[in-house]
Write a protein that binds this ligand. Structure first.
Ligand SMILES: *Cc1c(COP(=O)(O)O)cnc(C)c1O
Length: 385
């Protein structure tokens, strides 16, 4: 039987070059070859988010480690944080900040929409927040927040706040201009838009964020996640010499390097890559809607381009739909958002599947939707189970 196509919002299908990089034997983390590779990864990560000066951290761990890095290095116990919650992942970020003692306020969006900008403005005028966080793409709903607009509002109404973008489900599939948009931290992971296996927590911190870290009064309440430990390591590798604190995932770094080279140096170029994700997202959206499915995001302009979420037809179980999609050769994901968990399903379309159309994985995904659903007379979908 043919291997099924992974069409979940991470991990995603890998390009052949990334798979080949993973098959290479491990390097010594102290070798000149690895120093060059790792230094290049740091520099290319900065390029990917259009920053000239961000401090980059590449640390073994899943995306979740990004929340810990932010919460433990930038917030001191009692510091105020504002979480813009547009779904499951906002709630998790809040929990993580709370775990390290931050005082967290939250603005919850309406399900299917990002946080209301007027409510954000009002909150920033009413109280001073040291940290403001938002989820660029909330993977539980497929809702895309307008990062440029949020950056604009925060810089205007609360210029000293550290603005944190959770980009685990958006980096490399959505455009992010860190410096221009006034974003202080972008945290992401290797296994979604970046097209690698899971295992790397990748974070970019602005000069303002690093200054805020250095102005801490209390020691960092973590050993592994402490930037006190990692800053000299990252600086050393970037300057061309090896340093040691916790063995880096040398094989994953090689895979990440291969992926970054493809993203930044190969065709399609970065802007074309973002455009391709938009085209594919529109195609998946149109396919679902023409079958009578209702997307979870309220409109196309608040929809992610690297994933989709659709409500299940009335009376149809998610497990049955995933099984049927599986019969068509596609692995999809179930619901995650607590309010609607059993009522919808999710699809990922990021990385190689999108930028290498010759793989025909998006065609397969659209065909799998047609194999699974049909439009009824009244325009609603039903499942062909
Ligand atoms: C996947 C995801 C995370 C968590 O990443 P893990 O690698 O699963 O730890 C955090 N935030 C967002 C937006 C995500 O999509």
């Amino acid at each position: 039987m043919q291997r099924k196509t992974l069409a979940i919002p991470g991990p995603v299908e890998l390009s052949d070059k990334v798979t080949a990089a993973l098959a290479e034997p491990p390097l010594s983390h102290m070798s000149p070859e690895f120093v060059t590779l790792f230094g290049d990864c740091i520099r290319m990560t900065r390029e990917l988010v259009f920053s000239t000066s961000a401090q980059v951290f590449i640390i073994s761990g899943s995306g979740t480690l990004g929340w810990d890095q932010v919460s433990v290095n930038l917030a001191e116990p009692g510091d105020s944080a504002l979480v813009l919650n547009s779904g499951y992942f906002g709630s998790s970020f809040k929990d993580c900040l709370n775990a390290y003692g931050a005082q967290v306020d939250e603005i919850k969006s309406t399900l299917g929409s990002p946080v209301d900008f007027n409510v954000l403005e009002k909150a920033l005028r009413a109280k001073k927040y040291k940290i403001v966080t938002f989820t660029h793409v909330d993977t539980s709903t497929g809702v895309l927040s307008d990062a440029r607009r949020i950056g604009d509002i925060v810089r205007r109404h609360s210029p000293d706040s550290i603005l944190v973008l959770d980009g685990v489900c958006s980096v490399a599939s959505e455009e992010i201009r860190m410096d221009d948009w006034g974003i202080d931290v972008i945290m992401t992971a290797s296994q979604k838009g970046l097209g690698c296996p899971p295992g790397l927590s990748i974070l970019c911190a602005s000069e303002r964020a690093i200054k805020c870290f250095k102005a801490r009064k209390q020691p960092v309440a973590s050993y592994y996640a402490s930037w006190t430990k990692w800053l000299p390591i990252m600086s050393s590798y970037e300057a061309g010499s090896a340093a040691y604190f916790g063995t880096p995932s040398v094989n994953l770094v090689r895979a990440y390097h291969a992926s970054l080279v493809q993203i930044l140096r190969d065709e399609p170029r970065l802007q074309a890559r973002f455009d391709l994700h938009k085209t594919v997202a529109q195609r998946v959206h149109d396919a679902g809607v023409s079958l009578g499915l209702t997307p979870v995001p309220a409109s196309r302009n608040v929809s992610a381009n690297g994933m989709s979420a659709f409500y299940l037809p009335e009376g149809i179980a998610g497990a049955e739909v995933l099984k049927r999609l599986g019969q068509a050769g596609v692995v999809a994901a179930g619901g995650l958002h607590v309010d609607i968990k059993a009522k919808y399903f999710r699809l990922g379309h990021m990385g190689a599947s999108v930028v290498e159309p010759e793989r025909e994985e998006i065609d397969k995904l659209v065909d799998a939707l047609k194999f699974t659903f049909q439009r009824q007379d009244e325009g609603k979908a039903t499942a062909r189970l």
